[in-house]
Design a binder for this molecule. Structure first.
Ligand code: ZN
Length: 416
């Protein structure tokens, strides 16, 4: 940022960020369980990652719980936990209206984004996300026109937006055909767009967010995963050559959630609670549920349960804790304190499952027909550790416990 009147610091949600001296790119590598990058390096297919890890920064951070995509992307882009920004999942149950409400709409967002704060301070900003579900949230508040902000999704790159996102013809600009929403190509489009934006627009600050299609299908070191990270490696090399400061982290990790014979290993909570309390007395919410369920069947490791007032939640928690596969069952207040969640968007009880167990409602309520590989998913404590890497060295206080939503702080305040 070289504008004569640009401030040296930008404050957003109580955190101060330095104006970048070089174009700065923060990347969310969706579902990047530690090990994917290392194994691609070991296979000799990620020389750029290898160089970053060696000469730049190679750290780990904790994501927010639930270790789902939207809460973590919003934490990264606001620099704060869900208690501040309000997005605790893809949807929540609102007892006041007795409805299950999608949280994809920006009206549920309670904090401004770092990108907006930088645009307001005079910086040129850009945001590209894989799935369209995140676009409105991540680009909330940006003002288009004059090339000062550009924001679009790969999924809807064909939309005739007529400059509403800062650009008229995204497909023409990126020079690639529209990718399939369930493909590695959706994330490749994000990177191709990022490189193109850096070449043509050179934003001061850019956020790129991929999708975890590959990680839901294949574990670290598999041919599919190595191909994916080798593809990313090539684009990182370009961004690095373009002179960008690059800071990459992830929204969550990923684990196998299936039995030895490849069937999903699921604890069906509605079935269990219907048996204990009577049919439909408890309402189980799986906040991973979204319009794109094909690759996980709405099965993750985090659930929240609403129970009628007559039910003793404490006693129920005691019974739940004894169920195999339950890692944690907590009352709302304790869960919100521990995980920094917004209490009005969380049920009476929060349940988290163990590493290889998924949580469901009832077998008949999950469409698993789109699951063509053994289930891999996320949402719990066992998918909370994520990588933090950079092409630059980072100066970080000794003993500092990193969160993935420190990404902009690290990229803007800690690069050396
Ligand atoms: Zn994700």
């Amino acid at each position: 940022m070289t504008g004569r009147h640009a401030p040296e610091q930008v404050t957003c949600n109580g955190r101060a960020y330095a104006m970048p001296r070089a174009p700065t790119v923060v990347i969310c590598l969706d579902g990047s369980e530690p090990g994917y990058i290392e194994k691609t390096i070991a296979a000799g297919r990620a020389p750029t990652f290898a160089r970053f890890l060696q000469d730049g920064a190679n750290l780990h951070a904790q994501s927010v719980i639930p270790s789902f995509t939207n809460p973590n992307n919003l934490s990264i882009i606001t620099g704060r936990p869900p208690a501040v920004h309000g997005i605790a999942g893809n949807f929540f149950y609102d007892p006041a209206t007795n409805t299950e409400v999608m949280m994809n709409d920006p009206r549920f967002l309670r904090a401004p984004t770092i990108l907006k704060a930088f645009q307001d301070a005079g910086a040129k900003v850009a945001m590209v996300t894989a799935k369209d579900k995140l676009r409105l949230l991540l680009s909330h508040g940006l003002a288009y026109g004059g090339g000062r902000a550009i924001a679009f999704s790969a999924e809807r790159a064909d939309a005739a937006t007529r400059g509403l996102n800062g650009i008229d013809d995204v497909l023409g600009f990126v020079g690639r055909p529209l990718p399939d929403v369930y493909s590695a190509g959706l994330s490749e489009f994000v990177f191709a767009a990022g490189v193109r934006l850096m070449a043509e627009v050179r934003p001061d600050l850019m956020y790129l967010s991929t999708t975890d299609y590959v990680q839901h299908k294949a574990g670290p070191g598999t041919p599919l995963a190595n191909d994916f990270y080798a593809m990313i490696d090539g684009y990182l090399a370009e961004l690095d050559r373009q002179g960008a400061v690059i800071l990459a982290t992830a929204d969550h990790g990923m684990n196998d959630k299936h039995t030895e014979d490849g069937a999903p290993d699921v604890l069906y909570l509605k079935t269990l609670l219907d048996g204990w309390l009577g049919r439909d007395r408890a309402r189980v919410i799986l906040p991973i549920t979204d319009p794109y369920v094909a690759h996980h069947g709405a099965l993750g490791s985090f659930a929240t349960v609403h129970v009628p007032e007559a039910v003793d939640a404490g006693e129920l928690i005691g019974r739940l804790e004894a169920v195999p596969g339950v890692e944690l069952a907590l009352p709302r207040a304790e869960a919100c304190r521990r995980f920094e969640l917004p209490p009005d968007r969380i049920g009476d009880i929060v349940i988290i499952s163990t590493r290889h167990k998924a949580l469901g409602t009832a077998p008949e309520l999950h469409d698993l027909s789109g699951l063509d590989e053994p289930l891999r998913s996320h949402g719990g404590l066992t998918e909370q550790r994520v990588p933090v890497l950079s092409n630059r060295r980072l100066a970080i206080a000794q003993g500092r416990a990193l969160r993935n939503y420190d990404a902009f702080d690290l990229a803007l305040n800690c690069v050396t």
